[in-house]
Ligand binder design. Sequence first.
Ligand code: MG
Length: 380
Amino acid sequence: MTQKRVAIAGSSGSIGVQTIDVVLAEPDKYVVSALAVGSSADIVIQQARQLRPELVVVANDECRVQVAQALPGVTVTGTLSDVVDVADVVINGVVGFAGLSVTLETLRSGKTLGLANKESLIAAGPLVQPLRSTPGAQLVPVDSEHCALHQCLRSSFDAGAEVARLVLTASGGPFRGRSAESLQSVTVDEALNHPTWKMGPKITIDSSTLMNKGLEVIEAHELYGTSYDNIDVVVHPQSVVHSMVEFTDGSTIAQLSMPDMRLPIGYALGYPQRISTPFGRIDWNTLSRLDFEAPDRNTFRCLDLAYAAGRLGGTAPAALSAANEVIVDAFLDGRMKWSAIAQHLENVLNRFIATTPTSVDDVLAADAEGRALAQEELSR
Ligand code: MG
């Protein structure tokens, strides 16, 4: 049996490192054919010595020279999307807009894309969509919620006609259950103290405001074409039910597993088959309860702001996401209150005029405008 060739874009990051873990668990089925990083030279040198890929891509010029010298006999290039040429499946774990080229090139080449890069669908959905119909192209999301929805939707004979709604689960973040009044004066440290997940500061703040979940709603709409009226969010603090699909006959199908990103990664690598290594399997003797509650949309207004941007469509999600990065940075720097995040973003969204992007430049322009509007908000 020939092995599937796996290219890992963003191999030094959390998704990249866990992808290597999954490949190494099934060495007879998968082989790493390419590694790509921005500037993490030391990490990619070490990974390449262990995995012996055909190709290593390093975007940063100086770092590329260092990597090429350390890996004689290995092809080292500088364009992230080069990895697509030597792959059957590409895992895109690149952070930021740099990952967009990998998404576009993988789909254009008719290959399987395991997508963990957020910008690809949130900011550039209108550019990605048409490429999904390339013969052979498959977009398999590497995010626990969207992977869960993907699995649930496979149980349907005709998803287009039979799906009543998608239900995304949210952990609720560190401020679950708190009132808007009690959140008036929370500190950065309190916002960073997530009860169940250890993540980077930006995403932890997004989790505290529910903006993270709002952006995932936009991704779900882009991935599955479900209208915003039929995408719901339910708070589920244990993070065991990763999302659900409700069908027209009243049935709800859910996907459950312990939180372990190697499961969605393995799902993308194996698709349409399943891998044989169990990541995140449930021990029913220790799982005592699963709780669910409606999100408090008045306190966590960012959730509905994301819905609003999604409904506006076009470049609005790109602008909202960019403005959110600027506002969250300001909060982390102590320049504004947590309770003002949603109001600033609402003002940005009200002032932004969404258009339909037809090029990467259009998306980048919307991103820049979102950031500029956010800066104006902050300096008022
Ligand atoms: Mg998620």
